[in-house]
Design a protein around this ligand. Structure first.
Ligand code: C2E
Ligand code: MG
Ligand code: MG
Ligand code: MG
Length: 278
C-alpha cells in the first residue's frame, strides 16, 4: 500500500519535472535563435520631473517572438540569466540603447533626455563590464552623462570591494548610476553611503502603498529623505495615480515614472508624441 503510493507519487512528479526541464531546454534554444534573428527590441518609458517635463526614458527590453508575439522581460530574463544568455542580450541592450540615444542626438530631438539602461547582476559581475560600457560610449559617441545604468541592490551583496571599485570606474567614465527597486534588497546604510550612486529608485511596491496607510506613506517618505540626505536624486517608479504623483511631489520626490504618466512606448510613438513640442 505504502509502496503503491510511492510509485503513484513518482509517476505524478517525474513527468512534471521532466516537463520543466524540457521547457527550459526549449526556452534556451528559442532564446539563442532569437538572438541570431534579432527578435529583441527596446521600448522606452518616460521619466518626468515635478513640472511634468520629460527628463529621461528607461529602455525596457521586449521579445517579439515570431509565434508567441510580444513577450515581456519577466517571462524570459530569468531563463536568460540561468543560461547566461543574459550576457550577450545585455551587451545588445547596452549598445542598442546607446545607439538609439546617439541617433536622437544626431537628429536633434530629446537632446537632454537621459537614457536609463537596466543591468543584470551577472552582467555587472563580468570582469570586462566597465570596458564594455566604455566601448559602447566610444562607439556611439554619446556623452556619458546622458546614460544612466540601473543597478539593483541584489548585485551589491557579493564582493563589496569589487562593487565599489566598479562603481568608481563607472563614475570615471562619466555615466550616471541609479539603484533600481530600492528597498527590496538588503544593502546596509553604511555600505550605501560609500557607493557613488546618483539616484535611488523607489520600488513600485512602496509607491503602490503611499495612499493606503500611514505606514505605506512613511516608508516612501523615509526613502526620499534617505536619498536626499545621501545627496542622491530620488525617482518613484510605478506611479499609477495622480494622487500618488501629487503626494510624492509634495514629499520632495524629484522624478516620476509610471503608467499614470506614460506607459513604455515604441520609439516611433515616443518621438511622435514629444518631438512636435520642440
Ligand atoms: P524595472 O527595471 O523595475 O522596470 C520597471 C517595470 O515596471 C517595467 O516592466 C515597466 O513596464 C513596469 N512599470 C512601469 N510603470 C508601471 C506602473 O505604473 N505600474 C506597474 N505595475 N508597472 C509599471 P517590464 O518592462 O515588464 O520590465 C520588468 C523588469 O524586467 C524590469 O523591472 C527589469 O528588472 C527587467 N528588465 C527590463 N528590461 C531589461 C533589460 O534590458 N535588461 C535587464 N537586465 N533587465 C531588464
Ligand atoms: Mg529598471
Ligand atoms: Mg525598478
Ligand atoms: Mg521593479
Amino acid at each position: 500500500e505504502a509502496k503503491g503510493a510511492g510509485r503513484n507519487q513518482s509517476c505524478f512528479y517525474l513527468p512534471k519535472m521532466q516537463q520543466r526541464i524540457l521547457e527550459r531546454v526549449e526556452m534556451d534554444s528559442d532564446l539563442r535563435r532569437a538572438m541570431m534573428n534579432h527578435e529583441f527590441l527596446l521600448h522606452f518609458q518616460p521619466q518626468w520631473n515635478a513640472e511634468r517635463k520629460m527628463v529621461g526614458v528607461e529602455a525596457l527590453v521586449r521579445w517579439l517572438h515570431p509565434v508567441k508575439g510580444m513577450i515581456p522581460p519577466g517571462q524570459f530574463i530569468p531563463f536568460a540569466e540561468e543560461s547566461r544568455l543574459i550576457l550577450p542580450l545585455g551587451d545588445w541592450v547596452l549598445m542598442a540603447a546607446c545607439q538609439t540615444k546617439a541617433r536622437w542626438l544626431k537628429e536633434g530631438y530629446l537632446d537632454d533626455v537621459v537614457m536609463a539602461v537596466n543591468v543584470s547582476a551577472m552582467q555587472f559581475a563580468q570582469e570586462d563590464f566597465i570596458d564594455k560600457v566604455g566601448k559602447a560610449l566610444a562607439h556611439t559617441l554619446v556623452p556619458p552623462h546622458l546614460i544612466q545604468l540601473e543597478l539593483t541592490e541584489s548585485m551589491l551583496v557579493h564582493d563589496q570591494e569589487d562593487v565599489i571599485q566598479k562603481m568608481r570606474s563607472l563614475k570615471e567614465l562619466g555615466v550616471l548610476i541609479s539603484l533600481d527597486d530600492f528597498g527590496t534588497g538588503y544593502s546596509s546604510l553604511s555600505y550605501l553611503q560609500q557607493l557613488p550612486i546618483d539616484q535611488l529608485k523607489i520600488d513600485k511596491s512602496f509607491v503602490a502603498r503611499v495612499m493606503d496607510s500611514k505606514r505605506g506613506a512613511s516608508i516612501a517618505a523615509s526613502i526620499i529623505g534617505l536619498g536626499h540626505n545621501l545627496g542622491m536624486e530620488v525617482i518613484a517608479e510605478g506611479v499609477e495615480e495622480d494622487a500618488q504623483f501629487q503626494w510624492l511631489k509634495q514629499q520632495g520626490c524629484d522624478l516620476f515614472q509610471g503608467y499614470g504618466l506614460s506607459r513604455p512606448l515604441e520609439e516611433k510613438i515616443l518621438i511622435g508624441s514629444f518631438v512636435k513640442q520642440v
